[in-house]
Design a protein around this ligand. Structure first.
Ligand SMILES: Cc1ncc(COP(=O)(O)O)c(C=O)c1O
Ligand SMILES: N[C@@H](CCCC[NH3+])C(=O)O
Length: 437
């Protein structure tokens, strides 16, 4: 059983058991139950500072991509550290407001912004819209006109760069739905710059997620600079360059460049191309919160199947979908490992009625019913992608700070699963099949 953990983490072994900062995970499980998401505040602070430090000498805005972890307390923590936010829905905007954070640091990405969402973002006076299609440009102009407000816009350009990541999380290729075509950009910038309803402020790209090399970022940056050259020739000078998110984290043994290395690589391009004065924006998600979290679960049954052994836990694909969706490998360890070495290979699977409901395949484990396990690096795209499939209640979330722990989301209860549903009887249905009010 591999129990080695990277030593740069706030999750570490002490007295034979796993801790988050100065709190034993077993105490949290006993207090709050499982499945349970546990986050380290210090890990988030460290991750944020790892970007802030190299960016400090330059004009910049370090944004958090809210989709990675949208808990209000995490948003608030990052907002207090000075983060801006990359959002993709009205819901995420409302979360920023509910967390008491500054909406003037919000950037609105996403391919399908509705009229209503554009209005809400204009009302909140956000920093800018990352426009993703010609039709969206027209819609933003129309809404701004109707509201008598000026919208700040940036175009998300698709640089056609291969981020060499999982096809489901690669976003900067011609075949992807994201961004505007590179060759169409100048024409759209010209149109936007002529529109009195708009202020054209920046350029943006986001080429994918869990990227473990700086080369695709550098390629994308070069391509954006070439566009900036063309825009300059057309009299358009922008204030910022948004490099999106996408920097990976270490889930197993990947070597991932640090934000310092990434920022240095991008600075070299910007300075060489004469754009060293531009505000640098990042929209990082995973690299800010991924390694801050663990997902605790309890072994329910050990089951010897005909072809393999199963370790059946109380946590499923509805709580953490990454393995199912991307065949993602995530480290799973017993919280209090046993001394004797009686390990067997097993599949760690959940309670959901799907063959794809697995968290780990062929894991060497020595665990039994009732044991606590932790799935690591679960701080990003864990809880934010959780669902109620199989009418399973959403897990609770806890934030640890030193030797203190606070519940930041209570466990959902069964009644809440259907509290929004309306139980309609036959007599309440109209003859046309619609409900009589
Ligand atoms: C537009 C946009 N920005 C930022 C992010 C954050 O990406 P990551 O979590 O890989 O940093 C995403 C998700 O991939 C995204 O779609
Ligand atoms: N949800 C994905 C990343 C997608 C990022 C959103 N564009 C993951 O867990 O790896």
């Amino acid at each position: 059983m591999n129990l080695s953990l990277p030593n740069d983490r706030e999750f570490a072994w002490k007295d034979g058991t796993l801790w988050c900062e100065n709190v034993p995970l077993k105490d949290l499980a006993a207090r709050f139950g499982t499945p349970l998401y546990v986050y380290s505040k210090q890990a988030i602070v460290n991750a944020f500072q790892s970007y802030q430090k190299p960016l400090e000498p330059y004009k910049h805005l370090m944004c958090f991509a809210v989709k990675a972890n949208s808990n209000l307390s995490i948003i608030r923590l990052l907002g207090k550290l000075g983060a801006g936010f990359d959002i993709v829905s009205e819901g995420e905007l409302r979360r920023i407001q509910a967390a008491g954070c500054d909406t003037s640091k919000v950037i609105f990405s996403g391919v399908a912004k509705t009229y209503h969402e554009i209005e809400a973002a204009l009302d909140a006076d956000i920093k800018c819209f990352n426009i993703e299609s010609p039709a969206e440009l027209d819609r933003v102009i129309a809404v701004a006109q109707k509201k008598g407000k000026k919208a700040r816009v940036s175009f998300r350009v698709n640089p056609d760069v291969d981020a060499k990541t999982h096809p489901y999380i690669s976003t900067g290729l011609k075949k992807n739905k994201f961004g505007i075509a590179y060759d169409q950009a100048v024409e759209l910038y010209l149109k936007a710059s002529r529109s009195p309803e708009l202020e054209v402020v920046g350029i943006d790209c986001h080429i994918g997620s869990q990227i473990t090399d700086t080369a695709p970022f550098v390629d994308a940056c070069e391509k954006l600079c070439t566009l900036l050259d063309k825009l300059r020739l057309n009299g358009i000078d922008l204030q910022h360059i948004d490099f999106g998110g996408g920097l990976g984290i270490q889930y197993s043994n990947e070597a991932v460049p640090s934000p310092t290395v990434l920022v240095a690589a991008l600075r070299r391009v910007l300075v060489k191309r004469g754009y060293g004065d531009k505000e640098m924006i990042f929209e990082a998600g995973r690299s800010l919160v991924g390694n801050s979290g663990a997902l605790l679960m309890t072994v329910q049954y050990m089951k010897q199947g005909e072809l393999k052994n199963f370790c059946i836990v109380d946590c499923g694909m509805n709580d953490m979908i990454r393995p199912t969706l991307y065949q993602a490998w995530m480290q799973i360890v017993p919280v209090t490992p046993k001394k004797e070495e009686k390990e067997t290979y097993c599949y760690v699977v959940g309670p959901v009625c799907e063959t794809g409901d697995w968290l780990g395949k062929d894991r060497l484990l020595n665990v039994q019913e009732g044991d606590l396990m932790a799935l690591l690096s679960a701080g990003a795209y864990g809880m934010s992608m959780a669902s109620n499939y199989n009418s399973r209640c959403l897990p609770a979330e806890v934030l640890v700070d030193g030797n203190r722990a606070a519940l930041i989301r209570k466990r959902q209860c069964a009644e809440e699963l259907f509290s929004d549903e309306i139980l309609v009887t036959d007599t309440q249905l109209g003859s046309d099949g619609l409900t009589d009010q």
